[in-house]
Design a protein around this ligand. Sequence first.
Ligand SMILES: [Zn+2]
Length: 244
Amino acid sequence: MMETVLVYHSISTPREPMLADIDISPARFQQQLQWLARTGRVVRLEETLKRASGRAIGITFDDGYRDNLTVALPLLEKFNLPMTLFVVAGFVDSDGYLSEEELREISRHPLITIGAHGLWHRHFNRISFDEARFELKESRRLLEETIGKRVDLMAWPYGECNDALEELAGECGYRAGWSVWKGTNSAFSRWRVPLGRNDHMLRFIAKASGVYGLTEARWHRFREPAAARAPHVAQTLGLPTTAS
Ligand SMILES: [Zn+2]
């Protein structure tokens, strides 16, 4: 069984859904944390890198939204669960995102780890290698300068990466990187499970289980309905089987 790393973005209730439905209401998030706390499986993200991480679950947030500090953190404190924020360095201090001061504040919290998420959230598969190197190095440098701590974990914007980029991330001083299903699920393209506003509790529980992760990863890689490949798994987890 492989570890499961969850990806959140914004804990909020916008009138219009955010692009790609990445917003989750505080009430729903709290329910999910309650379930996660009960499993006793949540560990710091670094712990999931260990060979024997087994059924461990990691919690990550991408982009560096301000509500990670104002809404998510108080709930994580309530359940004493750690999270890693992959912050877009160039978005710091813009509307809706953490300010420099807030980033510094949250980085000092014992439950928090800060990772990089590029300088401008660009599509790494569409930019030159030199630009990619600049993004990787400069985002890391800026974050380290702001929080005064080492930053050596990263996540690819849009999950986009490839073999050459994965190697580059290592050269730029990172210890590990995460995608969202893309890449080879190796040191610099570890898979994560994306969560959004449409994940009701049953679906969330299925997603937080490693079995669903593997099935979904195959689905994304081969673009075949998960249910067609493993109907018994889909059924056990209460997922919709092949669409008509
Ligand atoms: Zn992102």
